[in-house]
Design a protein around this ligand. Structure first.
Ligand code: SAH
Length: 343
């Protein structure tokens, strides 16, 4: 079966041309694929015979809502979607002044093993298809009735570990005949798989690259982020430098403040040095509590001291507001509980 929702318009055109269909049919089909339809029969402007052919040859990826939780604090919505094969992923919809933002998962589980994150418990199960990521956006939009204008790839999974599917998803969701979400309104977050940075820069996509740095030195970073082992902070910062030079797009360093682990003045000064070197913006995240992890968030006093040191060094720094805390939808709290929702 051909996964139709993962195809570019040009590929649909080629497929339909092989079946003797005129060019404009492909455009009609592609437009339908970005709408909230559940079956090929919903493509009402196509002939019955074409719909039958599509049914016979292609699959139409649809997600089934297994659970929806709405935060009573800020209206953040967390969805648990069932994928066509029975696996499930979480998607979060947040309201910001600059527009509604959807936080999507890129893999079922994650193999990066960050010590503070819940998504990696249980390891990687599989990559998500482009169509599945697209449906996270479209189904969240349709179900919530909230027009989505921003996407962050900061849910479950490591986007650069599912590189080809993620790039295809980005181009599909950005397509003017599809969801048409601006590339400048999309952030891709990575734990630092630097071997992919050059490829990403060459894609020429004006998205925002967020690098989950979380520690400015190898000793600390390798302890909390296994992805640092064998790569190292120096290689990461120079890959960031090259990315910025090539794309002209400012990188954002994500930095979860962990009590007594990465929040001392020494860490702040080293972080400032790295940020200045590649003109990065620093986004501090108050560490969110994860039941299975022993880490605690930095004290407000240590957070203030850290911000002050960064500002004194001339670094552009913001603190991320935590949303959806009461529905476990905050950074690092997404966790697939397969057995529970399959039962
Ligand atoms: N794999 C990608 C994207 C997923 S996580 C990455 O590593 O960037 C999105 C962000 O949440 C990352 O910056 C991640 O490090 C951070 N995060 C994970 N667990 C967290 C926690 N308990 N508290 C705060 N942020 C966390």
């Amino acid at each position: 079966m051909i996964d139709l929702r993962s195809l570019y318009p040009q590929e649909i055109e080629t497929l339909l041309a092989d079946w003797g269909e005129p060019k404009y049919r492909a455009k009609q089909v592609f437009q339908w694929l970005s709408r909230d339809i559940q079956s090929f029969d919903d493509m009402t402007n196509l002939s019955k015979s074409l719909r039958e052919k599509l049914k016979a040859e292609c699959s139409l990826t649809c997600l089934k809502m297994l659970r929806k939780q709405v935060s009573s604090l800020d209206g953040t919505i967390k969805y648990l979607w069932q994928l066509p094969d029975g696996d499930a992923v979480e998607t979060v919809v947040m309201r910001y002044k600059h527009g509604n933002t959807v936080c999507i998962s890129s893999q079922v589980g994650c193999r990066q093993g960050c010590a503070f994150c819940a998504s990696t418990i249980g390891g990687l199960i599989r990559n998500l298809e482009p169509s599945e990521m697209l449906q996270e956006v479209l189904c969240s939009q349709a179900e919530s009735g909230m027009k989505i204008s921003n996407i962050v790839l900061m849910g479950i999974g490591e986007p650069l570990d599912n590189y080809d599917n993620v790039i295809r998803f980005l181009r599909l969701v950005n397509h003017p005949e599809g969801a048409n979400i601006g590339m400048r309104h999309i952030s891709l977050s990575t734990c630092g798989l630097i071997e992919r940075f050059e490829d990403l820069a060459n894609e020429d996509l004006p998205l925002t690259l967020s690098v989950s740095l979380h520690a400015p030195d190898d000793e600390t970073r390798s302890k909390i982020m296994p992805a640092n082992r064998g790569r190292g902070v120096e290689a990461l910062i120079s890959a960031c430098e090259r990315y910025y030079e090539k794309t002209g797009r400012r990188i954002s360093f994500e930095y979860a403040m962990i009590d007594g682990v990465n929040d001392t003045p020494h860490h702040a000064k080293l972080l400032a040095k790295h940020a200045r070197r590649c003109s990065a913006h620093v986004n501090l995240i108050p560490l969110n509590h994860v039941e299975e992890r022993e880490f605690k968030p930095s004290t407000p006093e240590h957070l203030r001291r850290f911000i002050q040191l960064l500002e004194e060094a001339g670094v552009n720094v913001t603190v991320r507001r935590s949303l959806g805390g009461d529905v476990d939808a905050s950074c690092g709290q997404l966790r697939k509980k397969v057995k529970e929702h399959r039962a």
